[in-house]
Design a protein around this ligand. Structure first.
Ligand code: CCH
Length: 287
């Protein structure tokens, strides 16, 4: 029936849905990690594998999964992401036909949906590359810096101010760890549920410097349990970013829509897809 070589397996959307389901099941089963989910660290893995993209040289991005190798895996920005890569390894064993680079972005997509975020369209087509394709250190943002640095990093990927703010809303999820980045604490009270609370809290709380021995970070004046990075607070101080923080704080649906678009774009940066946009698919979530 049109098949030329029966030993070559061409996965269908249903096959990728099976991978999605296996990741989702592991997320439910392995709930004794961090705040109760590997979801946030999976999102960070998808982001750090993609956020190395440089549009001028068309290098970096999720194609390649070069974080598997030193030196990239050892870049300071990637500290702690071994937890996410190890979490996905049994899924790779179960579905050996999927590439690591497809698996990492699919893992992040699954995590966002399973944590109550928006639908994210995803398509396969990434291939794994060898160590020679590792990106140089310094392509990911430095949390201690200001708006010029943020723009420098994200404009290099091809994003604009609105997209920078939308992407930053991922900090509704997860936390900082002293043994990874040096920073400490979660951004929101519900770090394993995707909401627009990051934007609401940025606007509604008073953010003071935390008095501690660690790197400069902010804490909420009321409960002193939440944190913001210097690069987070930049979003309410900078007049190019601020209007989008206001919009997203006021309307979670608007945030979800724009976040969904921009994270799909992020995960596709630099990938030489053979398929067109019609190959994008939204996977069914776990009930
Ligand atoms: Fe982030 N992020 N991120 N971030 N990030 C950290 C954790 C998460 C910056 C710095 C940090 C994005 C943008 C930025 C997540 C998603 C995204 C940490 C703590 C630092 C530091 C790491 C640790 O100690 O474990 C900076 C600077 C920027 C600049 O824009 C974007 C974009 C995304 C996704 C779209 C997620 C999720 C986490 C939580 C990880 C976890 O383990 O809980």
């Amino acid at each position: 029936s049109g098949q030329t070589n029966p030993t070559i397996f061409t996965p269908t959307t249903q096959d990728y849905q099976k991978v999605y389901d296996a990741i989702a099941k592991k997320l439910i089963d392995e709930d004794d990690y961090d705040d109760g989910s590997y979801g946030p660290v999976l999102v960070r893995l998808g982001w750090h594998s993609s956020g190395t993209y440089d549009k001028l040289t068309n290098t970096g991005g999720s194609n390649g999964a070069t974080m598997r190798f030193a030196p990239e895996g050892d870049h300071g920005a990637n500290a702690g992401l071994k937890a996410a890569r190890d979490f996905l390894e049994p899924v790779k064993k179960q579905f050996p036909w999927i590439t690591h680079s497809d698996l990492w972005t699919l893992g992040a997509t699954c995590a966002i949906q399973e944590m109550g975020g928006p639908d994210i369209a995803w398509r396969p087509g990434r291939s794994d590359r060898d160590v020679a394709y590792c990106t140089p250190d310094g392509r990911l943002p430095d949390a201690s810096k200001g708006s010029d640095h943020l723009r420098g990093i994200f404009y290099r990927m091809g994003f604009n101010d609105q997209e920078i703010v939308a992407l930053s809303g991922a900090h509704a999820l997860g936390r900082c760890h002293t043994d990874r980045s040096g920073f400490e604490g979660p951004w929101t009270f519900s770090p394993i549920t995707m909401t627009n609370d990051y934007f609401k809290l940025l606007l509604d709380e008073e953010w003071d410097y935390r008095n501690w021995n660690g790197p400069r970070q902010f804490q909420d004046n009321k409960t002193k349990t939440l944190m913001m990075l210097p690069t987070d607070v930049v979003l309410i101080k900078d007049e190019g970013f601020r209007p989008h923080v206001d919009r997203y704080a006021n309307d979670q649906e608007e945030f979800f829509k724009e976040f969904s678009d921009v994270i799909m774009t992020l995960f596709e940066l630099g990938v030489p897809f053979e398929s067109g946009k019609e190959a994008r698919n939204v996977f069914k979530r776990t009930e």
